[in-house]
Write a protein that binds this ligand. Structure first.
Ligand SMILES: Cc1ncc(COP(=O)(O)O)c(C=O)c1O
Length: 330
């Protein structure tokens, strides 16, 4: 379909087998789709979505992008970078108080020149008011609001089109993976993969591990995005026939809070494969996937693909959790 899109991400990203890790783990061969390599500063899954979301914003005449997220939001950082690249103003509505030091993504937001409003969790609930307050600071600009994670009916296209890329990856490597696995945080990556797998006839079932909220929340969110997508874009895909598979139970202490096994998994994957995950999304989901492999959920599968959705900067503010001593040893 001819959906308005601008080129932002470096595509296609590589699909790589994790041979050492798979051998050590036992079970299916694990492949990793390197969407952490979509760019450097704007790296990660958000860039695929922003190709469609920002194209829509531009077509509606926007010159101010407003978006929102946590203090360490990867999505906000990617949006700030894209806005700078395109000569647009960006203003971020971040949930929480300004930390004593700007670290990780927040430091990058500031380097990239994004305007920032810090709002309490309570005020954040009334997002319409937050947006109006921000827009009124820029009376000469035309604002476009990108929802959290760029997860809406337009952002879905990012991972729908990623499935076309995966189809080629599978053909090139002569594999038919039974599963595609990702973290789910605002539902757009998972939703896009579900529709894209149907549209491009992939052999794989999409499974996502929620890193916040719960299974019901994501089913509702994704179902709503699907309905809006069908209403806006008329394609042959009937989303009511598609399964939304969320594996709940791995949120741990809460969003952006991880237990020691997640940090151990980040270290293990880095040291075995030279690939760095993060404690908020990919490390949590990867650790969950390894536990489910161990429990036998994927037994019988020959190949599975983990989508590395980025997030490396989220490691820096959590440096103390890795348990390294000042001399660099564990
Ligand atoms: C690094 C990373 N991985 C995964 C996700 C989850 O993707 P989605 O928001 O599309 O559910 C996010 C954002 O929420 C993210 O920043």
């Amino acid at each position: 379909m001819n959906i308005p899109r601008i080129e932002l991400a470096r595509l296609p990203t590589p699909l790589q087998p994790l041979d050492r890790l798979s051998e050590e783990t036992g079970g299916p061969r694990i492949w990793i789709k390197r969407d952490d390599l979509t760019d450097t500063i704007a790296s990660g899954n958000k860039l695929r979505k922003l190709e469609f979301t920002v194209a829509r914003a531009l077509s509606e005449g926007a010159d101010l992008l407003i978006t929102c997220g946590g203090i360490q939001s990867n999505h906000c950082r990617s949006t700030a970078m894209v806005a700078a690249k395109l000569g647009l103003k960006c203003h971020l509505i971040l949930r929480g108080s300004p930390p004593a030091e700007a670290d990780g993504n927040l430091l990058l937001d500031r380097i990239l020149g994004a305007g920032i409003s810090y709002v309490s969790s309570e005020s954040y609930q009334d997002m319409d008011k937050c947006i109006n307050d921000v827009a009124s600071q820029y009376p000469e600009l035309s604002a476009y609001f990108i929802p959290v994670g760029a997860s809406d009916e337009t952002g879905l296209w990012g991972y729908i089109e990623c499935c076309a890329e995966l189809k080629e990856d599978f053909a090139r490597n002569n594999i038919e993976p039974q599963y595609i696995v990702s973290a789910t945080g605002s539902g757009g990556t998972q939703g896009g993969l579900i529709i894209g797998s149907a549209l491009y006839d992939l052999p794989s079932e999409t499974i996502a591990f929620n890193v916040c909220d719960n299974e019901d929340y994501f089913r509702d969110k994704i179902t709503t995005d699907f309905r809006l997508w069908e209403e806006r874009y008329h394609t042959p895909v009937k989303t009511s026939n598609l399964s939304i598979n969320v594996i709940d139970g791995y949120v741990g202490p809460g969003y952006a809070k991880a237990t020691q096994p997640v940090f151990d998994t980040i270290n293990r994957v880095a040291q075995l494969e030279g690939i760095v995950l993060d404690p908020v999304y990919t490390g949590k989901a990867f650790e969950a996937m390894l536990q489910e492999i161990h429990k036998g959920r994927f037994s019988g599968a020959t190949d599975m693909v983990f989508i590395h959705t980025g997030g490396v900067y989220g490691n820096f503010p959590q440096r103390d959790q890795f348990g390294f001593q000042p001399d660099g040893n564990l």
